[in-house]
Ligand binder design. Structure first.
Ligand code: ATP
Ligand code: MG
Length: 428
């Protein structure tokens, strides 16, 4: 048993000593059989939720109605769920009825994929009625039961299929692929937040390019409840060997989820506005959205904006030949953090030749100040010295000073900056 499962063993033992059946199920069994690190521990039991609660001193009624109780054991928690069947999927997402049952196989039958429908007993023996272990070995995602029926019950499973295929490097069984294409319109029943969560897992995985290709090739990407920008929906799997394919492969070399998302937008040729609207549609938090959009904007300001790697001859490719002024202007407008993000994407995806990268890195490093926060004066200094009132004019003055400093026309020193501001103010 995996060490994390070992830690949860007392929970299973306790349930067994109460006369109930209890087993590990779901992701932890699958991941331990694959030798992957476990995310969380799920236990299924024949005990009813109130019987579970009665056995353990400290429990949380996580989803009592659905049969889930959170139990603390040692320093950790695990979710204990009563064997159950689900029915009444009227809205293609959540079951309206849950019925507790006393049989493990019946519980495993409601689970989405064979690799997620394996149970493991305390002694390490497995219960695998749907051939999940064989599918793990063959590296294939197969539904428990008829894929069309299962996707029709809960359309989120379509995204989960693609997520597991892309994160594990598995293929989709042909029956699953056919059902994906047939049922894709049902995706509109799924909340954008849940789509976001799956997308994030795909993007964080080892081969996001493949997950995205499956999303677009199946047509799923075009059937979200709120439409994603055309640029994203149409981001087709590029011809292998093409420069775009090289960039898509590079996506997995990009560190950090935000940077990967920025790279995706750049690759799709999305404008900063497209990127902002896609992230809003997908309910990304505002701060993360701004971080990502700044990188896309910096890319657009330095010659990007068409799909990356589109075969433009090197000397004419505006991304390659952006001037120092273009680069510095973009850094001032988008921030040094965006520039760092862009440079790391450029390195991973080989956006521009390495000498161009090195040149821009140097320009960035040599910048005496990249934002007004780094200036030797602040807004209140200007207000005091020039007798201004707070307002947008102060911000404009600071921006103007920043440009002078960034381009080396003025030292970043308090007196020099205040004098310059005074001169501008007098000549106004
Ligand atoms: P991970 O935690 O790595 O995302 P997981 O397989 O553990 O993967 P969870 O969402 O934690 O996924 O769900 C635990 C188990 O519950 C799954 O392994 C599966 O057996 C079942 N399950 C989860 N979501 C669904 C669903 N939409 N339809 C059917 N079964 C599901
Ligand atoms: Mg899990």
């Amino acid at each position: 048993l995996d060490p994390l499962m070992q830690e949860a063993l007392p929970v299973i033992r306790k349930l067994e000593s109460g006369g109930f059946e209890a087993v590990f199920v779901g992701g932890c069994v699958r991941d331990s059989l694959m030798g992957r690190p476990l995310a969380d521990i799920d236990i299924a039991t024949s005990a009813l939720p109130e019987q579970v609660a009665a056995l353990f001193p400290r429990t949380l009624p996580t989803g009592l109605r659905h049969g889930t109780v959170t139990v603390r054991s040692g320093g950790r928690t695990c979710e204990v769920t009563t064997y159950r069947v689900e029915s009444g999927y009227h809205d293609h997402r959540r079951p309206s009825e849950v019925e507790f049952v006393d049989d493990l196989t019946t519980d495993l039958m409601r689970r989405d994929f064979t690799i997620n429908a394996i149970a493991m007993r305390a002694d390490g023996t497995v219960v695998d009625p749907f051939g999940g272990i064989a599918d793990l070995k063959r590296r294939v995602i197969r539904c428990v039961g008829d894929p069309e029926e299962r996707f029709c019950e809960d359309a989120l499973r379509m995204l989960r299929a693609i997520r597991f295929a892309s994160v594990f490097g598995f293929r989709l069984a042909f029956s699953v692929w056919k059902a994906l294409v047939r049922c894709r319109e049902l995706l509109r029943h799924i909340a954008m937040e849940r789509i976001r969560a799956e997308l994030e897992k795909i993007m964080a995985g080892p081969d996001p390019g493949r997950g995205l290709a499956l999303l677009t090739a199946s047509g799923l990407a075009a059937y979200t409840k709120e439409p994603l920008p055309e640029a994203l929906r149409a981001a087709k799997r590029p011809d292998p060997g093409s420069p775009l394919a090289r960039c898509a492969g590079g996506l997995s070399q990009v560190a950090g989820l935000s940077e990967r998302l920025a790279a995706l937008f750049m690759m799709a040729g999305a404008s900063p506005e497209d990127a902002a609207s896609a992230l809003k549609t997908l309910r990304f938090p505002k701060a993360e959205t701004e971080r990502i959009v700044s990188v896309v904007r910096l890319h657009a300001m330095t010659g990007g904006g068409r799909p990356l790697g589109e075969p433009v001859p090197v000397p004419e490719n505006p991304v390659h030949s952006a001037s120092r002024t273009q680069w510095i202007d973009a850094v001032l407008a988008c921030g040094a953090e965006a520039a760092d993000g862009w440079l790391s994407i450029a390195g991973a995806c080989r956006l521009v030749p390495s000498d161009v990268q090195a040149q821009r890195r140097t320009w960035l490093k040599e910048l005496p100040a990249a934002s007004v926060r780094e200036l030797a004066v602040g807004g209140s200094d200007l207000i005091r010295r020039l007798g201004l009132t707070a307002g947008p004019a102060v911000g404009r003055l600071l921006d103007k000073l920043l440009r002078e400093v960034a381009y080396g026309r003025l030292p970043n020193e308090r007196e020099a900056l205040l004098e310059q501001a005074e001169t501008w103010n007098k000549n106004r």
